[in-house]
Design a protein around this ligand. Structure first.
Ligand code: GDP
Length: 296
């Protein structure tokens, strides 16, 4: 996984390192450093902050003694916020299962992510039920059913066009009846308008919470979509109380800086990253490991 990350994101780290290793860090160089960061979707404010810190530290500690790589590594890790709690809340209390609601726009990798999370939990000997509440697309339901077979967990589904909330309700009910550890609910991601989305997800959440608290709301974002992804993030966070972000398709994007931008925007940690289409291509996000992969 680390290799795959380094493959796609390495250009960012190498670009910064080579600029910082120049003999003279003049204004042109600092501008070039800013460009590299902005191109990687780090965002304007975090880019300025980072450049300011690098300038100060490399000036103060200056001369040959300071190692640009060490300073860059420390400041990048600080930027990614290593102290955020990134553990998934997959356990319930009082005999109810943990309930993970997975939200995001269609095509971001939501259904795939649900399957991958199920696989990780099953590997940890947890019992899992999946809810196919993306009832507007028959293909999404079929896709989740296939994941269920592959991973060996039950998938609760309804006929096409069923009310998503009723599928969500039934899946949590099955989770309670079968004493499952975790229920993961795949939701519809039609970003038709904010009011519609709010109605739909609000209802899903309400019917679930008649039976058990939602322990985690994961927002799935496609790392390749840049500013568009940031807009989606904003809309969803206004509609539901997002508790964690899954950044997919980092394998196909050189724009790892979005990790920083989206955490800043929502004040919520990136908890998982998607690094490919395969069943094992989902990894917990770790700030230091991420930065080390960048820097190669
Ligand atoms: P949904 O519409 O949001 O449920 O998205 P899907 O789960 O159907 O995924 C859309 C496409 O993205 C599929 O072809 C997935 O295989 C692909 N995909 C999902 N996650 C990743 C990832 O981390 N990396 C790559 N390269 N592809 C991914």
């Amino acid at each position: 996984l680390r290799q795959r990350l380094a493959g796609s994101q390495g250009g960012l780290g190498r670009g910064l390192l080579s600029l910082l290793s120049r003999d003279r860090l003049d204004e042109d160089t600092w501008e070039a450093i800013e460009d590299v960061l902005l191109t990687a979707d780090v965002g304007v404010a975090p880019t300025q902050e980072l450049v300011e810190k690098l300038r100060t530290r490399l000036r103060v500690e200056g001369g040959q003694t300071v190692d640009a790589r060490t300073v860059l590594r420390e400041e990048l890790i600080a930027l990614v916020d290593p102290d955020m709690d990134r553990r998934l809340q997959v356990s319930g209390a009082d005999g109810t299962p943990g309930v993970v609601l997975v939200v995001g726009v269609n095509g971001t990798g939501k259904t795939t992510t649900v399957g991958k999370i199920a696989r990780i939990l099953v590997a940890e000997d947890r019992s899992v039920v999946l809810g196919a509440a993306d009832t507007f697309r028959a293909a999404a339901v079929e896709q989740l059913a296939t994941w269920g077979e592959r991973v060996g967990v039950d998938v609760v589904r309804g006929p096409e066009g069923t009310d998503p909330a009723s599928v969500a309700f039934e899946s949590v009910k099955e989770g309670i009846d079968t004493k499952a550890d975790t229920v993961i609910v795949d939701t519809a991601g039609r970003l038709q308008n904010k009011a519609g989305l709010m109605d739909e997800l609000g209802k899903v959440k309400r019917v679930i919470e008649k039976q058990a608290p939602v322990t985690e709301v994961l927002l799935v974002l496609d790392a390749t979509t840049g500013q568009n992804g940031m807009i989606q993030a904003r809309v969803f966070s206004e509609v539901v109380n997002v508790t964690g972000i899954v950044l997919t398709k980092l394998d196909g994007s050189a724009k790892g800086g979005i990790v920083v931008a989206v955490q800043r925007e929502l004040g919520v940690p990136v908890k998982l990253v998607g690094l490919g289409e395969g069943a094992d291509d989902l990894a917990p996000f770790d700030a230091a490991a991420f930065v080390d992969a960048l820097l190669g």
